[in-house]
Each structure stands twice: as structure tokens, then as C-alpha cells.
Design a binder for this molecule. Structure first.
Ligand SMILES: Nc1nc2c(ncn2[C@@H]2O[C@H](COP(=O)(O)OP(=O)(O)OP(=O)(O)O)[C@@H](O)[C@H]2O)c(=O)[nH]1
Ligand SMILES: [Mg+2]
Length: 292
């Protein structure tokens, strides 16, 4: 008996949704950073075992939007509630009132919802874990509660088993060695954006989009031209850095990851372009690949 289904991972920003997905798949399919609003699209990650296939949908963190981009991202996340066979509602170690907004949306969902409390490696004792569980348990009729650590792989097996129980019987949706539906272009642009997020601070991480303009594979080497888009000239100067030092560092880190993930060598040519206030403009937001 084979089981297969879709599982949406939703929750507020930075709770560790993408880290969890990467841990389950054993490969980075969704970029991660300590800055909020890292994920900007629904990202499919496929876990296939001998008796089940789970198609995970990683989603942007739900938050109170300040810009039109934020609104697009929150909507993208909430729309994933409508097509999972199971919903994973992931939270960090503390209940806060801002969770009520997400929980309100869960009330319209007709499929089972599992509460996943992530980052328990940062809690000291079982009593602390129980405290977090207690703070959530009366907020919704959860089908199960799973304290985990995505960083240390703690209790992830138990969660996978719990998900499997709830999946319908059926044939796999994808071939067994497929990990994600993202194109190479998409994965490369996301990896470059991840390096920008890692190396910059304040408004820059939020103001950046990355577009692969052109890529060609020849003799097993990808030659890639990518534009890093920012909102202001001052941000462009920071991203380029003195003697282009920042841009070089972004390129070096991105190249290493691309080599590993796509198993190919790459020549990266990075350019920084300014598109003023693009996060406020729905046409630009769509043009840069979000909310389509
Ligand atoms: N200590 C600890 N840190 C974690 C764990 N899981 C994730 N993190 C960290 O939490 C931060 C956010 O992780 P992400 O996976 O990007 O979070 P996200 O929920 O996908 O964030 P958005 O895409 O912005 O909504 C990163 O710095 C991770 O390293 C965990 O189990 N333990
Ligand atoms: Mg994410």
C-alpha cells in the first residue's frame, strides 16, 4: 500500500520552515537565512520512501505586510492552505498574539493540521517544551503536536511517521529521485539571493531580487549572467563594495553552492541594477517572479 499527498508548511517568518524542508530532503532546495521574509515563493520539495511520497510546499512566512511585496508573500502562503492533504503549522518556542492571525486562517481549513514546535534545541528542559505546548493547545483542534529541532534533526522521524499516517493511499506524483520542481535558473537565482541575505543587513536583504538574464551550458560549465536588483543607488554601492569586494564575495559563496547543488561548474557574472521602490509596484513584483 503506497501513500502519497501534499503537505503545506505554513507559519510566521523565521520559524524554520525552509530549514525543516532542507533537513528532510538532505539537500538545500529552499534558501535559509536569519533575516525574516527569506522565502518568497511556494517551493516544492519531494520526499520519496519505499512506501510513501510527501510533496512538501514551503511557503513565505506570514507577517503584517508593510509593502505590496509583503502582501503578495502573505497571500502566497495563505493560498497553500487550500490544497494540502495535511497542514504543518510551524511555530517557534513562544506563543505570541501575532500567531492569532495565522490560527484564524487555520479555522477555515478542512484537512488535519499538525502543530510543529521547532527549535527545541534552544529549550533547556522537557518542562520548557511542555510549557510551549500548553500555550498553543487550546487555540485550535490540532491533529497532533510535534516538538522538533530542524537544526539537530531531533524527532523529525516521528513527524514524518505522523504525516504518513494521515496521507491518502495513492500513486506517487513525481519520479522517485526528483527533489524539487524548481528550474536550474530559479535555484541559481535563489542561491545568489541567499548569499546577499547572509552578507548584508538592515533594508538591503528585503530590497533585493535576483534575475538570471542568461545562462548557457558548454563543456559542462554553466556561464551565467545574473542581475541583482536593489531599490536605491546607495544600496547598489553597498552591494558592489570597495573594489567590488562585496560582489566578489557573493559570487564566491554562490558559486560553491551551485557547484554542489547542481553538480556543475559555473562562471558567474553578477551585475547590480536599481529599480526604484520595486517592492511597492505590483508590475515589478510580478516581473521579478513573485506572486504570479
Ligand atoms: N537553533 C535552531 N535554529 C533554527 C532551527 N531551524 C531553523 N533555525 C534558524 O532559524 C532561522 C530562520 O530559518 P528559516 O528556515 O529561513 O526560516 P523560515 O521559517 O523559512 O523563514 P521565512 O522564509 O522568512 O518565513 C535561520 O537562522 C535558521 O538557521 C532549529 O531547529 N534550531
Ligand atoms: Mg523560508
Amino acid at each position: 500500500m503506497f501513500k502519497a499527498g501534499y503537505v503545506s508548511i505554513i507559519g510566521r517568518v523565521s520559524v524554520g520552515k525552509s530549514t525543516f524542508l532542507n533537513n528532510v530532503l538532505g539537500e538545500k532546495v529552499s534558501i535559509v537565512s536569519e533575516k525574516p521574509q527569506t522565502t518568497r515563493n511556494q517551493i516544492l520539495g519531494i520526499k520519496t520512501e519505499s512506501d510513501y511520497q510527501i510533496v512538501f510546499i514551503d511557503t513565505p512566512g506570514i507577517h503584517k505586510p508593510k509593502y505590496q511585496l509583503g502582501e503578495v508573500l502573505s497571500n502566497e502562503a495563505l493560498s497553500a492552505l487550500s490544497y494540502g492533504d495535511v497542514i504543518l503549522y510551524m511555530v517557534d518556542r513562544e506563543y505570541s498574539y501575532s500567531e492569532d492571525y495565522v490560527i484564524r486562517h487555520l479555522k477555515n481549513v478542512s484537512v488535519p493540521v499538525l502543530l510543529v514546535i521547532n527549535k527545541i534545541d534552544l529549550l533547556k528542559s522537557k518542562m520548557d517544551i511542555d510549557k510551549v505546548i500548553l500555550s498553543y493547545i487550546d487555540k485550535f483542534d490540532f491533529k497532533g503536536v510535534y516538538p522538533i529541532s530542524s537544526k539537530n534533526s531531533k524527532h523529525i522521524d516521528k513527524l514524518l511517521l505522523g504525516i504518513k499516517e494521515l496521507l491518502p493511499e495513492g500513486l506517487p506524483f513525481y519520479e522517485k529521485d526528483k527533489l524539487t520542481t524548481q528550474s536550474d535558473f530559479m535555484r541559481m537565482s535563489e542561491i545568489i539571493r541567499e548569499k546577499v541575505l547572509t552578507l548584508t543587513k538592515e533594508e538591503i536583504p528585503h530590497s533585493v531580487a535576483v534575475i538570471i538574464e542568461y545562462a548557457q551550458m558548454e563543456d559542462d560549465i554553466y556561464t551565467v549572467y545574473a542581475n541583482i536588483i536593489v531599490e536605491r543607488d546607495s544600496q547598489k554601492s553597498i552591494l558592489i563594495g570597495k573594489h567590488a569586494s562585496m560582489l566578489k564575495e557573493i559570487g564566491t559563496l554562490a558559486r560553491k553552492d551551485i557547484n554542489k547543488i547542481l553538480d556543475t561548474r559555473v562562471h558567474l557574472n553578477l551585475y547590480v541594477k536599481v529599480k526604484k521602490d520595486w517592492r511597492r509596484n505590483i508590475k515589478d513584483i510580478n516581473l521579478f517572479g513573485y506572486g504570479n
